[in-house]
Design a protein around this ligand. Structure first.
Ligand code: MOS
Length: 722
């Protein structure tokens, strides 16, 4: 029975964050700490034939310089492992160079200054090879992936009476969380402890253990707070095992904070992608066929899949869909997951193409979308667990005032010549669930401890957990400790893919109810009333504790072992009996200045269907952040390559341009807040990523409405509108 609506509640960690009290990984004080700095490769491909470390070693306070000679090659992947655990751990230090900026050496010193000076003093002799810096370069290798198919798209397309056939392009982009990548490693008494901002503490544990040939049970990973993850801290990070090995060889704790410029080269990123989309409509104006071919840049050995069809195929119930996709392998580091990894670029392209088709048919873009309701997954034929996209569109249109829109492009011009445009764009994102194991203890002394699987990366997962516990239990919220991101308390499933809330809210409810049952047993069958702490004191029990586990719909019990072994055990979005997605609709106003052609976004209305909203305040923040990022993506961000040298040219926040406060206008967020009765007991689907999906398309569509100019790429800059 899905629960009632949740009330507004403040973010539980807000006060500490504002006071600067929250400790991120690199803030944790460890006695006797040494500081490290990496030495990056200066060529895009080839080999380091010699590394000379004498000069670096002579710098005062430099303790040691580690080179590839100190690092054995890592062990291979685990047999039968799935997900990130199946991938080989990131390489440590090696002489073969696969991309510009790859680490070749690590200098460890008593001070950060000495480590930096030491890193600059390491001399490297290179044997460069020719390389392919771009997907259009000679030597780029196309590697098709599996097709995504529903019905017979070629046959349906042949019968279509109106067709759009368009190509969109999205640039490479980098995440720039405020908290930079860092690793602090402590080797003591035969145990390795790693403090690191990671979205997957158990994945880090198993990866580092494999890279360094350690027993995973001798490794603890602690990621209590993350200062922004966005997928950059999901995959195992390049520096972790390097720093851990240095700490083990020295017998001293070592900390490395990777400088922003090196993060651009060594972290995963959003790859450049191309989207050729053909949509056919029948004589009644219904979309009946899609042929969509996508490709993206990939490293020579990378595995991030070109899964661009996951969202578009679930948007409008188009029965005949052929999705093809390919990697284009070149010489960069491996790309990876960056907020709404596939749906953001694919819905930029697809929602642009849908808008183009609506215009070609002479239909209003809102009414056109509303006419394509869907109830089933075209691929599996299973029902959708819930889809309130039409409700999102209708509510958004109402709040935005869409009915006052003159559909003609270029029809709204202000007195100073500014062109005004209104656009709509929608999005979908898989609603996934991870297995979870938890332990809840309520004590007579007033404290409560809840250990479970999850990571706080700023999205507000502790606030979600608190909201559910406090609705079920009369406990002291000021003495509630939520232990997450720590492999020493319970296995830590990777938190990503917007599955956090749907994975912690149901287990919090289940644990709380199990605890009430245990409490009733202690009270001789009487239901607990009033403070649980006081009642425990009354019956002279120091605490009551329960352990519960949680699986996704249809997920097999062996997933719990998989969670324990690998930190990765997911279910959905195609569950055995249904498919589950979250949805959103964005409405955007743009203003295009007549002389400079600068684009402003004064007004956005976004309405999301994420099932039941557990934490209204942090949910709104998620959508605000997602829309802001979409504005950045649509109008600013792009990682540039200088093809002569490879790597990334604008590898800092001065040149990788993101929106600032002055770029952001009014963003109005609301939720349908209707529970999904199939996905879990609380009815919550995912939100973090769907938040930004389709918003960039809404901006491009609004720019078309303002100017009559269809710009089929991101970012859209002044030079595209001159
Ligand atoms: Mo996300 S890009 O799956 O952390």
């Amino acid at each position: 029975m899905p629960a009632e609506k949740f009330a507004e509640r403040e973010r539980v960690d807000a006060r500490d964050k504002v006071l600067g009290k929250t400790e991120y990984a690199a803030d944790i004080a460890v006695p006797g700490l040494l500081f490290a700095m990496l030495v990056p490769a200066r060529i895009a491909k080839g080999r380091a034939t010699a590394l000379t470390t004498d000069a670096a070693g002579r710098i005062p306070d430099v303790v040691r310089v580690f080179t590839p000679a100190d690092f054995p090659p890592p062990a291979g992947p685990d047999k039968g492992a799935k997900g990130p655990a199946a991938a080989p751990p990131p390489p440590t230090l090696q002489m073969d160079i696969a991309y510009l900026g790859q680490p070749l050496a690590l200098v460890v010193a008593r001070t950060l200054e000495a480590a930096i000076e030491g890193a600059e003093a390491v001399q490297v002799v290179y044997a460069p090879d020719s390389f392919s810096p771009l997907i259009t370069s000679p030597g780029a290798v196309r590697e098709p992936a599996e097709d995504v198919k529903a019905g017979d798209a070629s046959r349906a397309m042949a019968k279509a009476s109106t067709v759009v056939d368009v190509e969109y392009e999205c640039p490479a982009q980098h995440h720039n969380p405020i908290e930079m990548l860092s690793t602090t490693a402590v080797w003591s008494g035969g145990r390795l402890t790693i403090y690191e901002g990671t979205q997957g503490a158990s994945v880090v544990r198993s990866n580092v253990a494999r890279a360094l040939r350690l027993d995973p049970t001798s490794v603890d990973v602690k990621s209590n707070y993350i200062g922004g993850g966005f997928g950059q801290k999901g995959a195992p990070q390049r520096q972790t095992a390097i720093v851990a090995h240095a700490a083990m060889l020295l017998g001293r704790p070592v900390k490395l904070v990777v400088p922003r410029g090196q993060i651009f080269h060594n972290a995963t990123f959003r790859p450049r992608s191309r989207h050729r989309i053909k949509i056919g409509a029948d004589a009644s104006g219904k979309m009946v066929a899609v042929c969509y071919d996508a490709d993206h840049q990939q490293s020579r050995k990378g595995q991030f899949p070109p899964a661009y069809h996951e969202a578009p195929v679930q948007m409008y119930g188009i029965a005949d869909y052929l999705g093809t996709a390919a990697h284009v392998r070149i010489d960069t580091q491996s790309p990876g997951y960056m907020r709404a990894p596939h749906p953001h670029p694919s819905c930029f392209a697809f929602e642009g193409a849908v808008d183009e088709l609506a215009y070609k048919l002479g239909r209003d873009p809102v009414a056109f979308r509303l006419a394509h309701n869907a109830t089933a997954d075209p691929i599996t034929g299973h029902p959708l667990s819930s889809r309130f996209l039409n409700e999102c569109i209708a509510e958004g249109a109402r709040r935005f005032g869409w009915d006052k829109r003159d559909p003609r492009p270029g029809s709204i011009v202000l007195a100073d010549g500014t062109q005004v445009g209104w656009g709509v764009g929608c999005g979908a994102y898989p609603s996934i669930t991870s297995a979870n194991i938890s332990r809840l203890r309520v004590c007579a002394d007033g404290t409560t401890r809840f250990a479970l699987s999850g990571h706080e990366m700023g999205q507000g997962i502790r606030t979600v957990i608190t909201a559910v516990l406090l609705r079920e239990l009369d406990i002291d919220p000021n003495q509630l400790e939520i232990l997450i991101g720590d492999t020493s308390v319970t296995p830590q499933h990777m938190t990503a893919g917007s599955w956090g809330t749907a994975s912690v809210a149901p287990i919090a409810e289940k644990a709380a109810r199990a605890l009430k049952t245990s409490m009733a047993d202690l009270l001789g069958g009487r239901q607990p009333e009033g403070s649980l702490h006081r009642q425990l004191a009354t019956v002279r029990r120091p605490f009551v504790e329960v352990e519960v586990s949680q699986l996704g719909p249809g997920q097999e019990a062996k997933a719990l072992q998989q969670l324990t072994d690998t930190g990765y055990a997911l279910a959905g979005p195609a569950y055995p009996e249904f498919t589950s997605f979250s949805y959103i609709a964005h409405f955007v106003e743009v203003r295009v200045e007549p002389r400079t052609r600068r684009v402003r976004v004064p007004r956005v209305v976004s309405v999301a269907d994420c099932g039941r909203v557990i934490s209204p305040r942090t949910s709104e923040s998620q959508v605000l952040g997602g829309v802001v990022w979409a504005i950045g993506s649509a109008l600013r961000e792009g990682s540039e390559v200088d093809a002569r040298y490879g790597g990334w040219l604008n590898n800092d926040l001065a040149d990788y341009v993101v929106p600032v406060n002055a770029d952001i206008g009014d963003i109005q967020v609301s939720f349908i807040d209707r529970p999904d009765s199939m996905i879990n007991s609380i009815g919550a689907k995912g939100l973090g990523e769907v938040a930004m999906v389709g918003a960039a398309a809404a901006i491009a569509n609004a720019i078309y409405h303002a100017t009559g100019r269809r710009v089929r790429k991101m970012p859209i800059r002044v030079e595209d509108l001159l």
